[in-house]
Design a protein around this ligand. Structure first.
Ligand SMILES: [Zn+2]
Ligand SMILES: [Zn+2]
Length: 164
């Protein structure tokens, strides 16, 4: 993740294809590793292009079912750097961290169709079945019917009252 400029100027191109486990610079305690797939090019007089992608591997807790899962995010990484005359190296770590932060999802979900926890009994609906929702809907319908029946009684009462 640190590019040695002198070497790059000699070779003009360099590939970084590696898995990195020393990633405390990401400031994310859940990060397990990253996979770099980058091409570095030197363009005279003083430009460096970095292009490719980075895959981030994080161990997260699903915010719907509360289970641990591996969150994998592939992000395109395309940057251009202007280097100074006496600059010896170019450190990509800050930008690699920034790219992770820019891509934080709205919700960490173990899968797109995670069913989450039942809000009545708390069971993990990915693993277990419960019929709380059915019972709830039935009770709700019953209550609605009772309420309507009560309304009808009232209506009749007032209608008959007016007749008298
Ligand atoms: Zn989940
Ligand atoms: Zn339930």
């Amino acid at each position: 993740m640190i590019i040695y400029i002198k070497k790059l100027i000699e070779n003009l191109k360099e590939r970084i294809e590696e898995e990195v486990y020393d990633i405390s610079f990401l400031d994310d305690k859940d990060a397990k590793k990253i996979k770099l797939n980058l091409e570095i090019s030197f363009v005279p007089e003083n430009l460096i292009f970095v292009s490719g992608n980075i895959i981030y591997f994080l161990e997260k807790i699903c915010e719907k079912c509360l289970e641990k899962f591996e969150y994998v995010k592939k992000v395109d990484f395309n940057r251009e750097y202007e280097i100074g005359k006496n600059q010896l190296e170019l450190d990509l770590r800050n930008d690699i961290r920034e790219e992770l932060w820019l891509n934080i999802p709205f919700l960490y979900k173990c899968s797109n169709d995670c069913k989450g926890l039942c809000s009545f009994c708390g069971k993990n609906l990915n693993k277990e079945y419960c019929n709380c929702i059915e019972i709830y809907n039935k009770e709700f319908d019953k209550a609605k019917k009772e309420k309507n029946a009560f309304k009808d009684v009232l209506k009749e009462y007032f209608l008959n009252k007016d007749k008298k």
